[in-house]
Design a protein around this ligand. Structure first.
Ligand SMILES: [Zn+2]
Length: 239
């Protein structure tokens, strides 16, 4: 029982520290996004042109483009998703973000199997992440009110395994994101999209984004109530 107590205490401390860090990382990323959405590349190259130039340099078969609410890459369908209405944008932020997603596509083409593993784990995690805290609570209640500890202990162990799986997904994600950002910088340089000073700005955006990826771990495991608290604090911070 004392092992479980210390484990829960450590998890709670990690979660609280993560929450504080998360609020600041997201705030800083949003500030960079707002700033570099208003600063335009001197080359005047649009996101659409940049993606075409990148494709010409790194021929990737059946690469698709979609429009969403965010930037992401789907390995299964080899699809780069960019934010809506940004195809004609020349802002440093939009160019950097689309370069990062193209960076994932290059990584995928080069046979980096880690990206496929991450994608599969991330899909599983979408369902299992919501179960961790409820399972932990059910397990604890069973341990407290049952004369035999077996059922409660098993449920707590399942919850811990799911938690560790989630950490593994985040850990796998970090080198994948780092490589995509490295590819992005090379692309932005090679295609002449950004000059030296603008490359420094792009690196700033990508490094900050990496911090938010690391901290995504915490976002997933909070109940929606805590999630709402984070959103409210973020909103207040933005004002
Ligand atoms: Zn990424």
């Amino acid at each position: 029982m004392s092992f479980i107590f210390w484990l829960i205490l450590i998890i709670v401390i990690v979660l609280i520290s993560g929450l504080v860090w998360l609020i600041n990382a997201n705030k800083r990323f949003n500030q960079l996004k707002t700033k570099y959405n208003k600063i335009y590349a001197k080359s005047n190259i649009k996101v659409g042109e940049f993606l075409q130039n990148s494709l010409n340099q790194n021929y990737i078969k059946n690469l698709n483009l979609c429009y969403g609410n965010d930037y992401y890459y789907i390995p299964k369908t080899k699809t780069i998703c960019i934010e809506q209405n940004t195809i004609d944008s020349t802002s440093i932020f939009n160019l950097t973000a689309s370069a990062h997603e193209f960076g994932h596509a290059i990584d995928h083409k080069n046979g980096n199997s880690l990206i496929a593993v991450w994608y599969t784990l991330a899909n599983i995690e979408r369902f299992t992440a919501k179960l961790i805290l409820p399972l932990l609570l059910v397990g604890l209640i069973l341990c407290l009110f049952s004369t035999t500890l077996t059922a409660g202990t098993i449920i707590i162990e399942i919850s811990v395994v799911l938690f560790l799986m989630m950490i593994a997904t985040r850990i796998i994600n970090i080198p994948t994101e780092k490589r995509a950002s490295k590819n992005a910088i090379e692309l932005l340089e090679k295609t002449g999209t950004l000059d030296l000073q603008e490359i420094k700005d792009a690196k700033k955006i990508l490094n900050c984004a990496l911090t938010t990826y690391i901290l995504e771990l915490f976002r997933y495991i909070f109940f929606s109530g805590i999630q709402k608290l984070v959103n409210t604090v973020n909103r207040l911070n933005r004002k």
